[in-house]
Write a protein that binds this ligand. Structure first.
Ligand code: E4P
Length: 217
């Protein structure tokens, strides 16, 4: 499963990318709004740092505006994947952008039916939001099970990108269910590293080693 970082913070990415575990990045208007610099310059820097797919979302709400904005975003860097919100304008824009050879991530997916429609118009990624479903007492990972099952029934090239992840178990479950990609905030990626037994184990190994090397007598 590919791991994407869900952030528009270049410094966070500069710390994560050298670890070799980050395959791409997702941003959204809320994340880009936190960056002080010009959003297009931020996106370009992210593409340079990551060297993998970087989702950049349109803010137009009509299909023609989404296509126009999507083309502008795609011109920033070949790594840009244009993100469009699900809906009739988004589906239409996805079809047009895909026909132009531009990769599209259809976002704000909350049902398997929506994912199926996005796949039909050639989306490169569909982004079901598991955390926001959990927030309204609906199991987000059940949606991933449904979408992965449906996509296995047809020769679709659309990848299931699990989004809105809130903790390590979302990532573990996404991998177990066979999702193609999981995008996570950097703090969730950090949490994947943690296990108290690893810390205790290392402490003991180092203590034993230091004791054995103390001069005798
Ligand atoms: C994904 O592409 C979105 O940017 C993101 O995962 C949304 O997460 P949130 O529900 O924590 O805002």
């Amino acid at each position: 499963m590919k791991l994407f970082a869900d952030t528009a913070n270049v410094e966070e990415l500069e710390a994560l990318v050298p670890l070799g575990i980050i395959d791409g990045v997702t941003t959204n208007p809320s994340l880009l709004a936190k960056a002080a610099a010009d959003p297009r310059a931020v996106l370009k820097r992210i593409c340079d740092v990551v060297g993998g797919p970087v989702s950049a979302e349109v803010v137009a709400t009509d299909a023609a505006g989404m296509v126009r904005e999507g083309r502008e975003l795609a011109a920033i860097d070949p790594h840009v994947v244009v993100k469009v919100p699900f809906g009739k304008p988004g589906v239409r824009a996805c079809r047009e952008l895909t026909e132009d050879g531009i990769r599209v991530n259809v976002t704000l997916i909350f049902s398997a039916a929506q994912a199926l429609l996005a796949a039909k118009v050639g989306a490169t990624f569909v982004s079901p939001f598991v955390g926001r479903l959990d927030d309204v007492a609906t199991p987000g990972m059940d949606l991933i099970t449904q979408i992965v099952d449906i996509f296995q029934n047809f020769p679709l090239s659309t990848e299931v990108l699990v989004a809105s992840t809130r903790g390590p178990m979302h990532i573990v479950e996404a991998a177990r269910l066979g999702a193609d990609v999981c995008t996570c905030p950097p703090k969730v990626i950090d949490a994947l590293f943690n296990h108290p037994l690893t810390d205790i184990g290392l402490e003991r190994f180092l203590a034993d080693w230091a004791r054995a090397r103390q001069p005798v007598g």
